[in-house]
Design a protein around this ligand. Structure first.
Ligand code: GLV
Ligand code: MN
Ligand code: MN
Length: 429
């Protein structure tokens, strides 16, 4: 049932705008926490740098007049408005990839904080609460989207126990060191009627908006992802004496596999938009004069369609078997993680469109090739995402950048989308 209170309309919120200078100062301040000597960001979930950023954010939220808490999974939440009842939630994450940039995730959290400040300063009496959230561990140091999974009730305790970063450091130990009880993580689950809608402002992380010259992206769907560890095993041999046709070279097999898998994904992906990445390649024994006897690939396949991802995973598996037999290797496949595709709420998307039109800003409807907390929250509540252009389409690198004018436009669309959702109270998906 759609229930519109009109309370906010009566309070004439239309003229409100974010304080862009204040938002920029916050982005720059947060970007000074976890900075490496090369000028990148390394703010990994539950690390000392992350905990410093969390403490800074909580102080900022408290200054904004929010009631602040960490939940059992390690999400940081600030709330304004009524103590009880449902809320509209907005946010993103403040952890980064290795060698990351200042905007991925940080923008959504700091813009939500700015929205809370605007609401407070304008003395708007909220019919429903507004919550600003920094979800823990979005970027996959251990699991990926761990905080939103916990909140949506889809985090398994076994995943918490098994979670390990690439160096072998356990999630359970990281949580304990940061002051959290890993056995309580799934208690961060929220009932669906606690949250009437979730909205996230994020950089696009791709080139589409910039190429179109459009300032606002309205996300229609977020891709399904599948991560598989593929291990080719051969035999070590002398690099000079072992004849080429007699060796069992795991690297040659893995290389052929990667090229054939790429062809398959280009062919089978929805509208040619499937994605395949081998971001981690581990070769043994890493010696110039020994034929490599083992190669492990961490394979990331994405597509807007769950069925297409399943088909591509099956197809690449068949290719791996074929390549292994041709090169006289063995091959193992281990499913590491995966998220299903998510459709964004029509109601939230309509709110974003209406707001952007009112502000005179053109929009473009688009899928997201990047994973986001909104993808997980969509399983629990109506969820939507607003994109702003990424300069040069670059992200997951230290020089990710968005024009300040675009950030301000995006933040204002975000502010008024939140206000609309607060006025709606209960939304339809
Ligand atoms: C996170 O940024 C992802 O897309 O995996
Ligand atoms: Mn992100
Ligand atoms: Mn990211």
């Amino acid at each position: 049932m759609l229930h519109r209170t009109n309370t906010l309309v009566a309070q004439r919120v239309n003229g409100l705008r974010v304080n862009a200078a204040r938002l920029r100062a916050d982005i720059e301040l947060l970007a000074s926490i976890g900075r490496t000597s090369e000028g990148a960001l390394a703010r990994y979930a539950f690390s000392p740098a992350y905990e410093e950023a969390r403490a800074w954010l909580k102080t900022r939220m408290a200054h904004a007049g929010m009631a602040v808490r960490d939940d059992a999974a390690g999400n940081t939440i600030g709330r304004i408005g009524p103590d009880g009842g449902a809320c509209v939630m907005a946010g993103s994450h403040i952890d980064t990839v290795p060698d990351g940039g200042p905007l991925d995730g940080a923008l959504g959290v700091l813009a939500a904080l700015e929205v809370a400040r605007v609401i407070k300063e304008a003395h708007i009496e909220l019919p429903f609460a507004f919550e600003c959230v920094a979800f823990i561990e979005e970027e996959g140091r251990f699991l990926g989207r761990m905080g939103s999974k916990a909140m949506a009730g889809v985090l398994r305790q076994a995943s918490v126990e098994d979670g390990m970063d690439p160096s072998g450091y356990r999630l359970t130990e990281a949580m304990r060191t940061a002051g959290f009880d890993p056995s309580a993580a799934t208690q961060a689950r929220r009932p669906a009627d606690d949250i009437s809608a979730y909205v996230e402002l994020h950089i696009e992380q791709g080139p589409v908006l910039e190429q179109l010259g459009v300032p606002i992206g309205v996300v229609e769907a977020i891709v399904a992802t599948s991560h598989t560890r593929i291990t080719f095993e051969g035999e070590p041999d002398h690099a000079g004496t072992a004849p080429m046709d007699l060796r069992k070279d795991a690297f040659t097999g893995a290389a052929e596999y990667a090229c054939r898998a790429r062809e398959l994904v280009l062919k089978e992906g929805t509208k040619g938009q499937g994605r395949l990445t081998f971001g981690v390649v581990d070769l043994k024994p890493q010696v110039a004069n020994i034929v490599p006897y083992q190669v492990q690939l961490l394979q990331d396949i994405r597509d807007v369609s769950d069925a297409a991802v399943a088909k591509m995973v099956g197809g690449t598996r068949a290719i791996a078997e074929d390549v292994a037999s041709k090169h006289r290797l063995t091959v193992r496949h281990e499913h590491v993680s995966g998220d299903t595709a998510a459709i964004m709420s029509e109601h939230v998307r309509a709110a974003i469109h209406e707001v952007a039109a009112t502000l005179g800003l053109p929009t473009h409807d688009m899928p997201s090739g990047a994973a986001h907390d909104a993808q997980i929250m969509a399983r629990l509540v109506p969820a939507g995402m607003i994109f702003v252009p990424s300069a040069g389409g670059r992200s997951h690198r230290r020089d990710e950048r968005t024009d300040w004018a675009h950030l301000e436009q995006g933040a204002n669309v975000f502010l008024h989308t939140v206000l609309r959702l607060l006025a709606d109270g209960t939304v339809q998906s």
